[in-house]
Design a binder for this molecule. Structure first.
Ligand code: KIV
Length: 264
């Protein structure tokens, strides 16, 4: 199997084929995910929740990200490795260049960070410097305190229109991919159809280009099961490898997410 690149993911969008992504934070799970044929691995700052036991992603540091990205990259997966930039590590373009360089040198193939149009110059600058960027809109967990909790975003006309405007601006700035988290499925569909770049959803319905889930959620070992996740481990009768393969196949065949996982 060849290493998956951003060009491959772009080709899948052009062909109307879905792609799959899971979070991972260590070498062992990375090998299982890669063997299952999953297209992308996100070393997310969700490691603050599922690895460190923190309530939010705010305490996660750049050192934490570098360590876990290196653990994943050391397993040499075929999957494209996407690495999160942690809280307040990309407040200015210059700070973002340094943080992104550290994340890429740890082994990521692409960086992801949260926010709207204020990131325009940062994304353009990183793109000009040869670093592919994935933007992240909707529920942005690093802003949980400003958002007033982990809530579905874009439910009214004003916030929906802001998400669409932000998405178009971030694509124009040079973003190569967009994550949409916890937004109504109709809005996710509209954003996906309005952009050329691949859109990856979590809690965004089936009409996006790809899906991402937190590994511990889809294995059913997180303490709380959100509406938008599915316990694939239960369906795979307790085999981790089968659960991850099932997830990949269900995403490709558009059986996941189902109606019960989407927001209105
Ligand atoms: O950190 C993470 O795992 C994420 C996903 C929830 C998209 O950003």
């Amino acid at each position: 199997m060849k290493k998956i690149t951003i060009s491959h993911i772009e080709k899948l969008k052009a062909q109307g084929e879905k792609f799959s992504c899971l979070t991972a934070y260590d070498a062992t799970f990375t090998e299982v995910i890669s063997d299952a044929g999953v297209d992308m691995i996100l070393v997310g700052d969700s490691l603050g929740n599922v690895i460190q036991g923190q309530e939010t992603t705010v305490p996660v540091t750049l050192e934490d990200m570098e360590y876990h990205i290196a653990c994943v990259a050391n397993a040499s997966p075929n999957c494209l490795i996407l690495g999160d930039l942690p809280y307040m590590s990309y407040s200015t373009p210059e700070q973002a260049y340094e943080t992104a360089a550290a994340v890429m040198q740890a082994g990521a193939n692409m960086v992801k960070f949260e926010g709207g149009q204020w990131l325009y110059d940062t994304i353009t600058g990183l793109t000009e410097r040869g670093i592919p960027v994935c933007a992240h809109l909707g529920l942005t967990p690093q802003s949980v305190d400003a958002l007033g909790g982990f809530k579905v975003q874009g439910r009214d006309d004003k916030t929906a229109s802001k998400i669409l405007t932000d998405a178009k601006a971030l694509e124009k700035a040079g973003a190569r991919m967009l994550v949409l988290e916890c937004v109504p499925s109709d809005l996710a569909k509209l954003v996906t159809e309005s952009l050329q770049i691949p859109v990856m959803g979590i809690g965004a319905g089936v009409d996006v280009d790809g899906q991402v889930l937190v590994l511990h959620d889809m294995l059913g070992i997180s303490p709380f099961q959100a509406k938008f996740t599915r316990n694939f481990m239960a369906d795979a009768k307790g085999s981790i490898q089968d659960a991850i393969t099932l997830y990949h196949n269900e995403v490709k065949e558009q059986n996941f997410p189902a109606d019960e996982h989407r927001f209105e």
